[in-house]
Write a protein that binds this ligand. Sequence first.
Ligand code: ADP
Length: 480
Amino acid sequence: MEKYKNYIGGEWVSSITQEEIQVLNPANGDVLGYVPKAGAKETTEAIEAAHNALDEWASLPAQVRAKHLKKWYELMVQHQEDIARTLTLEQGKPFPEALGEVKAAALFVEWYAEEAKRIYGEVIPASTNRKRIVVIKQPVGVVAAITPWNFPASMVTRKIAPALAAGCPVILKPATQTPLTALKIIELADKAGLPKGVINMVTGGAEAIGKTLMEDKRVSKVTFTGSTEVGKLLIKQSADTVKRVSLELGGHAPYIVFDDANIDKAVAEVMDSKIRNCGQMCVATNRFYVQEDVVDAFVDKLKERFSSFIIGNGIEDGVHIGPLIDRKAYEKVENHIQDAVSKGAEIVFGGKGYHEGDHQDSGYFYQPTVLINVTDDMLVMHEETFGPVLPIKSFKTEDEVIKAANNTDYGLAVYLFTESLSRGIQVSEKLQYGIVGLNDGGPATVQAPFGGFKESGIGREGGHHGLDPFLEIKYISIGV
Ligand code: ADP
């Protein structure tokens, strides 16, 4: 069984205590390998390595940083099938989805290789001709990047690539459940010849690593994707050293279908916004609002679609839905369905989960489950489910549905379906969300700013906007 190492200062190293963490296949509990259980000491070494690399990396011409990133991108494309296989094995999503994610992950590296060359400054007209006002952008410093298990490839590059493009060395802490995909990607960065210390990776105790990163003054910024709970903790921990924080946290996306929607399209897009990754996405639809005249048609077409779905191990051909990440995830799905049913919801499709194999924490699968007669007091209508559950509530008016959609502390993604251009634009503008999918169930893409309003986060990733969080603005007032 392969024992993997951490990557610190350009070297592959084991943890000092020799302690390890098992990485499991969520489909069947197979042990895929072991990674070091690093703690404060290893993290401090990684910070030191990143700090030592800062000046040289930051002062390289942007063209040179871009070349390094481009090389890394090319290697990722060359090895995309291999990375995707690892991704499916440790995370569970069907292989074609994993391959799609790895391609997207590579595109972030390519995009920021290009953007690295466009970190422009400004010259602002002064109020006297005895002065010149010049604005430049400089790297914020050493960056800590903490990533989640649901997108083990694309979350890594969506953070590291803009940081490196801006001139910031990085310490990556990937999710405990899915470090192997990150390791493969970092191995390729090493192969691409990125200077020592520019990327470092530590796996292991999240709390110890997180605390060490947050307490160290040499870390200027933390960029995090994960739960709202940990995000809030990081904001608190960032206070003492006034670290810059970028947070991409939970969501509770509404999916609004108006009676003038193309229903076939609205049903087709559910696959991207709800079924992909077994619903384990912060942008996943959590609640459906369907205008009363089209509820039956929408539900019937959904059922028809789901009836041919194959649930199983994502590495096998033809599987539409893989396993949930672990038992806790399964219990949450089950709890949300039971709670809804106990409060009067009716299951019109699915409703069953099952456990395969002997492993206590792996092998948990769930059918896509459609619920009707849903009411607002049900957990599924206000807590993140992170599973393939589709609660469907009908509505009468536009005002009513906008109010319902906005009635949440979250504000990441919302989806709406209408064939009316004017309604589409007007409703999009009234929804308090960072991302609107207007007749689109999969809006996330490399060129666009991804991030949330309200408690769904701070800052944006992707697009040219994704560079800003890694840059400080410096104003030079020049007397002439
Ligand atoms: P999820 O519930 O989806 O696993 P988490 O927020 O727990 O989301 O995890 C997202 C990332 O944050 C993972 O890399 C995880 O290991 C890390 N993490 C968890 N707890 C902490 C913490 N106390 N400090 C820093 N990082 C943490």
